[in-house]
Design a protein around this ligand. Sequence first.
Ligand code: ADP
Length: 488
Amino acid sequence: MKILFAASEAYPYIKTGGLGDVIYSMPAALAALGEDVRLILPGYREVMQSMTDAQVVASFEVPGAGVSHRVKILRAVQNPDADYLHLVDIPALFDREGNPYVNQLGHSWPDNAERYAVFSRAVAMFGTLASEVSWRPDVIHCHDWQTGLIPAFLNQMKSQIKTVFTIHNLSYDGYFSHHEFSQLQLPDHWWSPEYIEFYGGFSMIKAGMVFASHVTTVSPTYAREICTPEFGHRYDGVLRHLGNRLSGILNGIDLEVWNPVTDQHIAARYSVNRNRITATRSNKLDLLKQTSLVTDDAPLLGFIGRLVAQKGIDLVMGMLPDLFARSAACVVVLGAGEKIYEQNLLALQQRFPDRLHVHIGYSESLAHKIEAGCDMFLMPSRFEPCGLNQMYSLRYGTPPLVRRTGGLADTVIGVSETTLQNKTANGFMFQQPGIEILLRTTLTALEYYARPRIWQQICRTAMLSDLGWDSSAREYQKLYMTDVEAMP
Ligand code: ADP
């Protein structure tokens, strides 16, 4: 089948989080199963600059906010490594410095509604116009709110192209005002609760939910959770209404990029049966060299992620003074995000310079070193659609400590008497988010760390966890082939 992936970011071209990783690894897994997959992204400045040999394969006018944009679709036809990639070139909307979604001050770009509405309309037009006659998608697989209007525009165009819409994180929904709705020249009848109107504004993620042939999210547990008011971000009613048009398919990870056997970022390479213990030690020492920590033999805990409440970074900060008082543990944090968390982390580092190392910023290489060099990985997310870092930790034999939610619940098997006995335990888990329970679970995990035989068993089980894309890619294949049910 011909499948066009539409997304707002993709590793290695442009990445701000897990979405970028998945838009790299999922198409690769489908291609390995024989599918003909291509990817379409906005032509951000950074990506355009790296695609010097791209050619225009289509060009047309797309209505925007009161104006019309001349859109060019580019493709690096001569480059076999990148010829699956298409870029939607609209300089007025995407040729700017910085992050795809926010400006230098960390505020959303003021024209985000127009940027992603025009991108979505351009993708729908590109799909249906079949400008490249030889390649016309059977399915457009859309990801997150930035692409939510694609199924809506296809419906408006009465296109037969099937759509799958995947929600990677419901808390980012692309919610805009009535003023923006009117400016964007959208059909009037869409301004209704049945369609994309939502609590007095309109929502691009809702457009995906309403108009796509099928809606998925990135883990079975999150698919159930978002149908409840606690996790539904006010969309739980819409989502419950989808019935069996909604399903949860667990993300996999790229087993090549995250592979301790070949990883060039880490000091010593290892596998579950080769060099594991000695390499882990070398990787820990290598990581420590970059910090001011004096752990030597003390356990080292890692955290990597966006510094936002979702990830429970405030819970980690809340427990650190007690953790340092009651154990020898040291902690390494790599992340960037809300200023308040960044500042508080740096202040804590000043208070505990030999116990806490904070790296504010983004570093792919340090992320690999932390996964390989730490003894344990902290991921106490309040909610977690799927989560990749806990899977990277499993792959590197660094047991994750997580809240039982979303994809964390679907990938981590917490230590208990039973899971230790049947050798399925690969990490640690707690139920409700809170500083006290996080501290208690961490202290319990440290007790296991002090029992090398059991600890090594947990690390080995972690490394043997099934984390690849194979079975999930087959589930998506099945969805692509399922008949389309009637749309509105
Ligand atoms: P989310 O998509 O919600 O941010 P995930 O766990 O699904 O969380 O994926 C996060 C991805 O981004 C992982 O690949 C992780 O290693 C990476 N990442 C997040 N923050 C940083 C950072 N500061 N430096 C390097 N990599 C980071």
